[in-house]
Write a protein that binds this ligand. Structure first.
Ligand code: NAP
Length: 313
C-alpha cells in the first residue's frame, strides 16, 4: 500500500469483513497483492453475531460465529492482509484507480471486492423503532443476556428465527415464536429441536401489528391472518428475524443490481464495472451461507488477481 497523507493506494481493496471479505483477503494476500480490508460497522459481518455455526466444514461440533471470524481474520493477516477499522461511504468508478471515501479518508484502489453483506429487515410496525433497545432487538447474541428469566417473542419462520429462538432459550423463561403462516422455511433439524424444546411455544398464522410504546416493551398487538381476530400478548422482548436486505445503497446508479438491491455478478464474480467484484450476501439472493459467501470471496480474489496480472503483462 502506498500512503500519501490520508490518501492510500492499494491493489485490492475489500469492503466488508464477513466470511466473503476475509476469504477474499486471504486469497489476495496469498497472491501477494497486500489487500486492505475495511471492516465496516461489524467486524466479522453478520456471521460474527451468530452464536454457533454448525454447518461450516472442519468444525465437527460447530464453532462460535465471532470465533470463526477471528480465525478468518488471523489467517488473512498471517499472509499479509491488512484489516482496517474503517467504513466506506462513497465510491467513484468514473476513472481508475477507483476512489473509495471512508470515515478516515480516501483510498485509491486498482481493484475492489465488495462484500458489504446485508442488514436485518425491519417489521415496519408502529412502535418498532421507538422500542428498539427497550425490548425490541435484531440480535440474540448481543441482547439475549438481558432477558434472563424473562418472556421473549421471536418473529419469523426461517433458519435465523429458529436458530436464534433456540439460543434465547438459554436465558429466557419462555420463547414464543410468532409466524405469519403454518409452514416454516427453517431446516428440519432446527424445526425438530425447537418443537421439542420445553421452553418454546408457537403462535401461527399471526402477525404483529404493533409494539406498544412505553419505558420498556410490555405488550404486542397481534392479528390472526386467517380469522382476523385481534389480541394482545405480554412479553419482555421482541426479537425480529424476518430476513435481510443487501447493504448496497452506496452502489445505486454505479453498479447493476436487482430490484431487491443485490449486486449483479457473473460466474466470475464480476460486476458491471471492470475490476470491481462482489461476493457474499451483497450479491447473493439465494444461498446466504458462510461457506457460499467464503467461496464467492475466494473466487472474486482469484479473478481480481487475474485482472491485475493481465493489466501488468
Ligand atoms: P428467510 O429464510 O428469508 O426467512 C424469513 C422469514 O421471515 C420467513 O419465514 C418469512 O415468512 C418471515 N417474514 C418475512 N417478512 C415478514 C414480515 N413482514 N412479517 C412477518 N414475517 C415475515 O430469512 P433468514 O431466516 O434470515 O435466512 C436468510 C438466509 O440465511 C436463508 O437462506 C437461510 O437458509 C440462511 N441461514 C442459514 C442458517 C443455517 O444454515 N444455519 C442460519 C441462518 C440463516 P414466510 O415464510 O411466510 O415468507
Amino acid at each position: 500500500m502506498s500512503n500519501n497523507g490520508n490518501e492510500k493506494h492499494v491493489k485490492v481493496l475489500v469492503l466488508g469483513s464477513g466470511p466473503a471479505g476475509l476469504a477474499a483477503a486471504l486469497y489476495a494476500a496469498r497472491a501477494e497483492l497486500a489487500p486492505v480490508v475495511l471492516t465496516g460497522m461489524q467486524l466479522g459481518g453478520q456471521a460474527a453475531l451468530t452464536h454457533v455455526i454448525e454447518n461450516y466444514p472442519g468444525f465437527p461440533k460447530g464453532v462460535g460465529g465471532a470465533e470463526l471470524g477471528e480465525l478468518f481474520q488471523k489467517q488473512a493477516e498471517y499472509f499479509g492482509a491488512k484489516v482496517e477499522f474503517d467504513t466506506a461511504h462513497e465510491v467513484d468508478f468514473s476513472q481508475r484507480p477507483y476512489i473509495v471515501k471512508t470515515d478516515s479518508g480516501e483510498y485509491k484502489a486498482d481493484t475492489l471486492i465488495i462484500s458489504t453483506g446485508a442488514n436485518s429487515i425491519h417489521l415496519g410496525v408502529p412502535g418498532e423503532v421507538e422500542m428498539t433497545g427497550r425490548g425490541v432487538s435484531y440480535c440474540a447474541t448481543c441482547d439475549g443476556w438481558f432477558f434472563k428469566n424473562k418472556k421473549v417473542v421471536v418473529v419469523g419462520g426461517g433458519d435465523s428465527a429458529f436458530e436464534e429462538a433456540l439460543f434465547l432459550t438459554r436465558y429466557a423463561s419462555s420463547v414464543t415464536l410468532i409466524h405469519r403462516r403454518e409452514e416454516f422455511r427453517a431446516g428440519a433439524i432446527l424445526q425438530r429441536r425447537a418443537k421439542e424444546h420445553p421452553k418454546m411455544n408457537f403462535i401461527l398464522n399471526t402477525v404483529i401489528t404493533e409494539a406498544v410504546t412505553g419505558d420498556k416493551l410490555e405488550t404486542l398487538k397481534l392479528k390472526n391472518v386467517k380469522t382476523g381476530e385481534e389480541s394482545t400478548f405480554e412479553t419482555d422482548g421482541l426479537f425480529i428475524f424476518i430476513g435481510h436486505s443487501p447493504n448496497t445503497d452506496m452502489f445505486k446508479g454505479k453498479l447493476e443490481m436487482s430490484d431487491l438491491g443485490y449486486l449483479k455478478v457473473n460466474d466470475k464474480m464480476e460486476t458491471s464495472v471492470p475490476g470491481v467484484y462482489a461476493a457474499g450476501e451483497a450479491a447473493d439472493p439465494h444461498f446466504k451461507q458462510v461457506i457460499t459467501s467464503a467461496g464467492m470471496g475466494a473466487a472474486a480474489a482469484i479473478q481480481a488477481t487475474h485482472f491485475l496480472e493481465a493489466e501488468s503483462a
